[in-house]
Every structure is written in structure tokens, then in C-alpha cells.
Design a protein around this ligand. Structure first.
Ligand SMILES: C[S@@+](CC[C@H](N)C(=O)[O-])C[C@H]1O[C@@H](n2cnc3c(N)ncnc32)[C@H](O)[C@@H]1O
Length: 305
């Protein structure tokens, strides 16, 4: 499967070999699945990643299969879900922490306690005003431009297979997405925004024995797994990031595998960091409380919602 850069288990261009912990926490809003999925209990599949989505689905009573091609990530997710192991930083969190340090050093509005005051607001109008007047100024534009343009710091730090994933003007795009999130969702009820902007830790969670649903962990590629299970084995699947990197051949393969493995009338959710305003998937991404996503597809197998 040379078409898929996720198989290497590395997103950064660092020396060395072998898979690493990429995500110490997840940045997906589980309310999207809660709204889109058929009622629990149902057979659902997600990507294991840091385990948060799998745990949220099991907490809601689903029978969850969590698949990951990265053995380090799978072991980490399993330890968090089954044993309540604490969160640890992955490549994504190390990069975000460096970005937050640089931003706070340069821009006073981005330092505690002001930033925490912003993240504790619960009125989208006040939040939007605060974002426009105290956070999204020329200094932020300059820093984000240096970091997030296709020739910027992020693209240089990424492994070659992921460089093309950074949207053309990710700096302006991401600022627009944050503005969209704060204009719609109360910050005080948005741990995803607080995690991203301030690195606030997620709340500790119940361990597997205390969850109403179940989680089964599977090591492997998700398309391969979906091709191997009986047709209609799942009522719903949610796949984030899996098409951020692979080429069109993998995209076609995954689509065929999803349409076979999910029963007719079942649901497929797909998030991607790519995508810009205007498209239905971009508009739909506004349902998300996490601003990282540019596209959110919610598809009924046998018809599109
Ligand atoms: C689901 S995303 C991370 C989640 C998302 N960025 C978030 O934070 O909400 C990345 C994870 O998907 C896994 N992954 C990507 N493509 C995959 C594939 N084709 N099959 C199985 N796992 C995959 C990676 O190994 C990684 O652990």
C-alpha cells in the first residue's frame, strides 16, 4: 500500500524509522457522530487514533471497532480506553505546543489568563467580538502566514507524503474556521477549542468496564479491514483524516469498501482538513466544534444526506 503515507506511522520529517505516537488526543467532535449515526446499540467503526472517539461511542452504548494502521497509536488508544491510561503528547501535540509558545511570546492577548477568560465565555456574539478585536490581529496573521503557508514551517516539518495536504492558504483558512466556530458554539462548552488554542487537557474518562458499549481494537488498514468483513457488517463508520495523504486510487478503494461493509441505509462520516468555504461539506464542517476540519461529509449508504 505505497499510496498511503499513514502506513509509515510518522507525520513529521524527523530522523529515524518506525511508527510514533502521532495524536495524544483527538480533535473530532463526537456530537457529529451522535447526531449522524443510527441509534445505539449499533455496530460502528472508527479510526482508533488516540481513542477518544472510540470511547465516546462506547459511552453512548455502541458496539465499536477501532482500527488503526499504526501499532503505537493502537496500543496507546487501547491503554487509554481499557485501562484509563493518562494522555501523552504525540507529534501533533508537540507541534501545537511549540506554536502556542511562539504565539504567546509574541502576542500578549494570547497569554494566560486572558486566553482562558476567552475560552470560558459562553456567548458567541461576545466571543466573536473578542476574537476579532483581541486575538485575530496583524501579529497573528503574520505568525500564521509564516507557519501555515504551503512553503511555511508546517509544510517543512511534515513528512513528504503529507506536505500536499496543507490547504493552499491554510493560514487564512484556519483563522476563518476559528471565527466560524466561535460565532456558533459557546466556548465554555467547547473542550475541542480549548484543547487546540490553550492545550487544555481533556477530562479523565471512564474505563472500558464502566462503559455501556464495547470497543474492539484492530491493527491494520481500514480499507483492508472493510474489504475483509462480511457485507453489511457495520451500521455506521466514521473516518477522519484517512484521505488526508493518500492518492485517488486509495480514495476509490476506500469508497467501494465502505459501500460494501456498511449496510444499506447505514451512515458514513468523513472529515478532512482540506476544503474551503462554499461547498456543502465545508458548510457542514461548521457543525463541528473543532476548527481544524475543512470538510465534513455525512453520507447514507444508498443516498446522500
Ligand atoms: C484519525 S486521524 C487522527 C484523528 C484526528 N486528526 C483527530 O485528531 O481528531 C489519524 C489516525 O488515523 C490513522 N490512520 C490513517 N489512515 C489510516 C488507514 N487507512 N487505516 C487505518 N488507520 C489509519 C493514523 O495511523 C492515525 O492514528
Amino acid at each position: 500500500m505505497t499510496d498511503n503515507p499513514w502506513t509509515a506511522g510518522r507525520v513529521l520529517a524527523l530522523p529515524g524509522h518506525g511508527p510514533r505516537l502521532l495524536f495524544g488526543r483527538m480533535y473530532e467532535d463526537p456530537r457529529v457522530e451522535a447526531r449522524a449515526f443510527p441509534a445505539a446499540p449499533a455496530r460502528v467503526l472508527c479510526v482508533a487514533s488516540a481513542g477518544d472517539t472510540a470511547a465516546a461511542l462506547a459511552r453512548a452504548g455502541y458496539d465499536v471497532t477501532a482500527v488503526d494502521v499504526n501499532p503505537v497509536q493502537l496500543a496507546y488508544a487501547r491503554a487509554r480506553v481499557d485501562e484509563g491510561a493518562p494522555a501523552a503528547p504525540g507529534s501533533a501535540e508537540l507541534m501545537l505546543a511549540a506554536a502556542r509558545r511562539a504565539t504567546a511570546a509574541a502576542l500578549p492577548g494570547w497569554r494566560a489568563p486572558a486566553l482562558h477568560e476567552f475560552l470560558d465565555l459562553d456567548d458567541p456574539c461576545t466571543q466573536s467580538r473578542w476574537w476579532r478585536t483581541r486575538l485575530d490581529g496583524p501579529g497573528l496573521r503574520l505568525l500564521m502566514g509564516m507557519a501555515l503557508r504551503p512553503v511555511g514551517v508546517l509544510a517543512a516539518a511534515l513528512a513528504p507524503g503529507f506536505r500536499h495536504v496543507v490547504p493552499a492558504r491554510f493560514d487564512t483558512e484556519l483563522r476563518t474556521r476559528v471565527a466560524r466556530v466561535v460565532a456558533r458554539h459557546p466556548n465554555a462548552d467547547n473542550p475541542l477549542l480549548a484543547g487546540l488554542l490553550a492545550g487544555r487537557a481533556p477530562k479523565p474518562r471512564a474505563k472500558a468496564p464502566d462503559l455501556p458499549g464495547t470497543v474492539r481494537f484492530v491493527l491494520g488498514d481500514v480499507a483492508e479491514h472493510l474489504e475483509a468483513v462480511p457485507a453489511g457488517a457495520y451500521d455506521a463508520v466514521t473516518l477522519s483524516n484517512v484521505l488526508d495523504g493518500p492518492g485517488p486510487a486509495y480514495r476509490r478503494r476506500l469508497r467501494t469498501a465502505v459501500e460494501r461493509a456498511v449496510r444499506p441505509g447505514g451512515t458514513a462520516v468523513l472529515r478532512s482538513v482540506g476544503g474551503t468555504g462554499g461547498t456543502t461539506a465545508a458548510v457542514r464542517a461548521a457543525e463541528e466544534r473543532c476548527p481544524l476540519w475543512g470538510s465534513l461529509y455525512v453520507t447514507t449508504i444508498g443516498g446522500t444526506r
